[in-house]
Design a protein around this ligand. Structure first.
Ligand code: CTP
Length: 394
């Protein structure tokens, strides 16, 4: 296992030497990258001697000629740990800047990120740092909170780098988290469907696909192979996921039946249109002064069909309800042959269709429903999978 240890310019940089040793004892090959400011406190020679690995400081450094180190290190890392993380480095990571080797590696990596802040308590309490940490946490970075105490500048408050034991535990925790769904194949339906009326109009709904994308990212963070069958959305899915784009409910079902054969878990996050126009008018339906009526016919129930077609898979649905009524959700669970259903209140604009946040209520056949609380969609998705694993164990 490879840990990239990013060290930024805090007086606590000296503690990164011991942290590197602790991570090596825990079984990691440790590769250190220093920011410019970190080099005012510690040197590459220190870390190269300790770790037996090259220590990078410059974006264009190439320990192996012809290999782009920032890409190699990003691809090969199982985890990136930034400790100590200064206010400046935290802000740069949150903004996705790539203005030095450390931030460039972090931007190119898909592995988990652990951030251990260390700074003056006022800086730590500033709106900007808080916002940046929220941004990083909403992307599933693990923040190891600094402790309270006397800091180097003479002030007292929260800003001291957490203990190396706490940081190492967090690193091992995120690496273990990456194995929760290892070897599992997860199929996710996502987004709305569009049911054509004519060549320029369709029936659809307000689903953005953000929850489906968060589920795909979470499943990947937890180590699964991920397949997404998505209706038309602007949101982007993780690069490593296999994504099939469809337009209609019929196409969604057809694609899922093809791709879901070996799925261990199937999640219906798509807002599938329940009805489609009975006929598709070629060209454009012309305006007239007379009322017209549109005959609608029922669409297939994608998730119910999948639970019937793939009895070995654990199938989970979403119940999009304005003012969720849990009995309605539970009735859907039974009707569709699901292991669990996730109710969410699409009537609440703070957590509904296009929002970045959500609150999930997990409803199973027996027992009390449990709530995730309001969190980013990615945090909700991680929360959900961690609870689904025991339910879906065979
Ligand atoms: N679903 C589906 N195919 C449909 C309708 C719904 O796969 N044609 C799935 C959704 O992806 C979701 C679950 O069924 O996982 C519940 O969707 P919801 O819209 O809440 O329920 P409906 O069955 O459409 O019932 P109603 O519209 O009456 O609430």
């Amino acid at each position: 296992m490879i840990a990239v240890l990013g060290v930024s310019g805090s007086i606590a940089a000296y503690r990164a030497a011991d942290l590197a040793r602790d991570l090596m004892r825990a079984g990691f090959t440790v590769r250190v990258c220093l920011t410019d400011a970190a080099q005012k406190f510690v040197t590459p020679v220190l870390f190269e001697t300790l770790t037996g690995q090259p220590c990078l400081t410059d974006t264009f450094e190439e320990p192996q000629t012809g290999r782009m180190a920032h890409i190699d290190w990003a691809r090969q890392a199982d985890v990136i740990v930034v400790a100590p993380a200064t206010a400046n480095t935290i802000n740069r990571l949150a903004q996705g800047l790539a203005d030095d080797m450390l931030t460039t590696i972090a931007l190119a990596a898909t592995c988990p990120l652990v951030v251990a802040p260390a700074m003056n308590p006022q800086m730590y309490a500033s709106d900007q740092v808080r916002r940046s940490m929220e941004t990083l946490a909403s992307r599933a970075a693990m923040i190891v909170q600094p402790s309270e105490g006397d800091v180097a500048c003479g002030e007292h408050g929260q800003g001291k780098l957490a203990s190396n034991a706490e940081i190492a535990t967090a690193v091992l925790g995120v690496v273990e988290r990456g194995k929760i769904l290892a070897g599992k194949h997860i199929l996710i339906t996502s987004g709305p469907t569009q049911e054509p009326i004519d060549d320029v109009r369709y029936l659809s709904n307000r689903s953005s696909g953000k929850m489906g994308a968060a589920l795909a990212r979470a499943a990947q963070i937890l180590g699964a192979r991920v397949t997404v069958v998505s209706g038309p959305v602007k949101v982007s899915y993780p690069l490593q996921a296999e994504v099939t784009r469809v337009q209609t409910a019929d196409q969604m079902l057809e694609a899922c039946l093809l791709l879901g054969k070996d799925a261990d878990i199937i999640i219906g996050a798509a807002a599938v249109a329940d009805y489609r126009p009975a006929s598709h008018v070629a060209g454009k339906l012309r305006r007239s002064s007379e009322p017209i009526s549109l005959e609608l016919v029922p669409n297939p129930d994608v998730i119910a069909s999948l639970s019937e077609a793939f009895p070995a898979a654990a199938v989970i649905g979403f119940a999009a309800e304005p003012n969720p009524e849990l009995e309605v959700a539970r009735a859907k669970l039974v009707r569709k042959g699901l292991v669990a259903i996730v109710a969410n209140d699409v009537g609440n604009t703070a957590i509904g269709f296009d929002s970045d946040q959500n609150e999930l209520i997990l409803v199973t056949k027996v027992g009390e429903p449990i709530s995730s609380g309001v969190q980013s969609k990615l945090s909700c998705a991680l929360w959900l999978f961690e609870r689904l694993v025991p339910l879906t164990a065979d």
